[in-house]
Write a protein that binds this ligand. Structure first.
Ligand SMILES: Cc1cc2nc3c(=O)[nH]c(=O)nc-3n(C[C@H](O)[C@H](O)[C@H](O)COP(=O)(O)O)c2cc1C
Length: 193
């Protein structure tokens, strides 16, 4: 059982966050998403560049269309490169790569530099931890990155062509049980003291 936002410590949020792949139909309100974005932009940013840009998609028709495009791209890739591994679930007609979440936040950057990508991922983690702390689920949908970076998709989602899509993240109220997955212990290569 998740504690409320006021009760959850950062250690608990870090320890309890997990990727959520089942969502209730209840939609998120604008102020909730604004709070997530405010947390995202508190991330560290190389040379204080703040390169992040955000697209919020709550249009279910758009989300379904995008999911279908991602699945089609993965199916094509599977045909062209049988060695590439894509889980079979992607081929199922009813499978939605966004797990029927009602909100997708696409984190982009106004540059294609490696620091901009780092900043985008740091913002992503801030967003996901804060979401968890207010009892919302999230999941990075990496499978959508390539398709979202296609020129025609950038036009469709109002992303400038010189920018890049870094992290599409679904957000919503979790449906059913969620649970953390195990991690290996940190592997320390050396400890000079
Ligand atoms: C870069 C990146 C891409 C990911 N892409 C997907 C994805 O396309 N679909 C999905 O269901 N999960 C995706 N995930 C979630 C991972 O599967 C998940 O983080 C990992 O299994 C660890 O589980 P946890 O997040 O519950 O701790 C992605 C995670 C990262 C960091």
């Amino acid at each position: 059982m998740l504690k409320s936002m006021a009760e959850m410590t950062l250690r608990e949020a870090i320890g309890g966050r997990c990727s959520v792949r089942g969502y209730s139909a209840e939609n998120l309100e604008r102020h909730t998403i604004e709070a997530l974005l405010a947390a995202a932009v508190r991330a560290p940013t190389a040379m204080h560049a703040e390169p992040w840009l955000f697209v919020v998609v709550q249009d279910l028709v758009k989300l379904k269309r995008l999911s279908d495009c991602v699945k089609a791209a993965l199916a094509k890739d599977r045909q062209l490169h049988p060695a590439h591994h894509h889980p079979d679930i992607f081929l199922q007609p009813d499978f939605n790569v966004f797990y029927d979440a009602g909100t997708l936040v696409i984190i982009c950057a106004n540059s294609k530099s490696s620091f901009a990508q780092a900043d985008g991922w740091l913002a992503a983690e801030n967003l996901m931890l804060f979401a968890h702390s207010i009892q919302l689920g999230t999941c990075v949908i990496g499978s959508a990155v390539e398709v979202l970076n296609m020129p025609e998709m950038k036009v469709e989602f109002n992303i400038p062509s010189a920018s890049m899509v870094i992290a599409p993240i679904i957000v919503g109220k979790p449906r059913g049980e969620t649970g953390t997955s195990a991690r290996k212990a940190p592997q320390v290569l050396a400890w000079f003291s």
